[in-house]
Design a binder for this molecule. Structure first.
Ligand code: UDP
Length: 241
């Protein structure tokens, strides 16, 4: 879609694929992409190339599911919200005894999350946890640190597209690992930021909820009307052809 290839899987299928990847070895990148990331990739060939190399690209957003149904019917089966994926991956990690590394979020948010996970998922092995406020010249050291802890699941919550770039840039440092960019999920899983009410999620209005909570996102969210226009343009061009 607009240059980004999505995997047409349901959330359950995606989780089964991740189990296969984590148990099968090798290093794998999993991306959850919404309209904003698709638009960023359109402007950034290096980001676009790293999304093309990712093992799994899942639709995180009502906009990309809508667009897939317009442009390539029958389209993608459903959205796979990053925060729900992150919660389910932590559950799988506990069940399968995969050591987990958590990278990202503000220091106190990460501490709150780790404390919460120790209570709610006592069987989970947290191999390491580091907050996400470090300079880019410390990234390599961070990647090495992750390698030393030998996690099987790495959740990276640095925001898009930094987390996708980080995973793509340093995956050669790691061994037998599934690395997933999970955006603002740590804030939600730590109980610091609420998710949109269910009715808003059902109506595909999570973006509006986030905009109302964080008005300074408006600039980023200009990507949403731009995405809609690009999809409609593509749709009309396809029909003319
Ligand atoms: N973050 C971080 N380091 C940074 C910038 C952001 O760890 O330098 C974290 C931030 O604290 C939050 C997440 O990255 O937990 C980004 O959240 P956002 O809702 O913006 O995610 P996105 O919409 O980019 O997926």
């Amino acid at each position: 879609m607009l240059g980004v290839g999505f995997d047409p899987v349901t959330r359950e299928e995606a989780l089964r694929v991740v189990v296969g990847l984590a148990e099968g070895g090798g290093v794998h990148q999993v991306v959850t992409a919404g309209a904003e990331l698709v638009m960023m990739a359109g402007r950034d060939p290096a980001l676009s190339a790293s999304l093309a190399r990712a093992t799994l690209v899942l639709p995180d957003g009502a906009g990309v599911v809508w667009a897939s149904r317009r442009l390539h019917p029958p389209g993608l089966p459903a959205r796979v919200p990053g925060v729900e994926l992150a919660a389910q991956l932590l559950q799988l990690a506990e069940n399968h005894r995969w050591p987990v590394f958590l990278l990202g979020a503000r220091p106190w948010v990460l501490d709150t999350l780790v404390t919460r996970l120790r209570k709610t998922q006592p069987g989970l092995t947290i191999a390491g946890a580091r907050h996400g406020y470090f300079d880019s010249d410390q990234e390599r050291a961070m990647a090495r640190r992750i390698a030393r802890q030998r996690p099987r699941l790495l959740l990276v919550a640095l925001g898009q597209p930094r987390q996708e770039r980080f995973i793509a840039a340093y995956q050669d440092h790691w061994k037998d690992l599934v690395a997933v960019g999970v955006g603002g999920s740590f804030d939600v899983l730590a109980g610091v930021v609420p998710r949109a009410p269910v009715w808003m999620r059902r109506q595909g209005l999570e973006w509006l909820y986030r905009l109302l909570r964080e008005p300074k996102r408006w600039r980023r969210q200009l990507a949403l009307p731009a995405f809609t226009l690009a999809v409609l343009r593509q749709y009309l061009a396809d029909r003319q052809r």
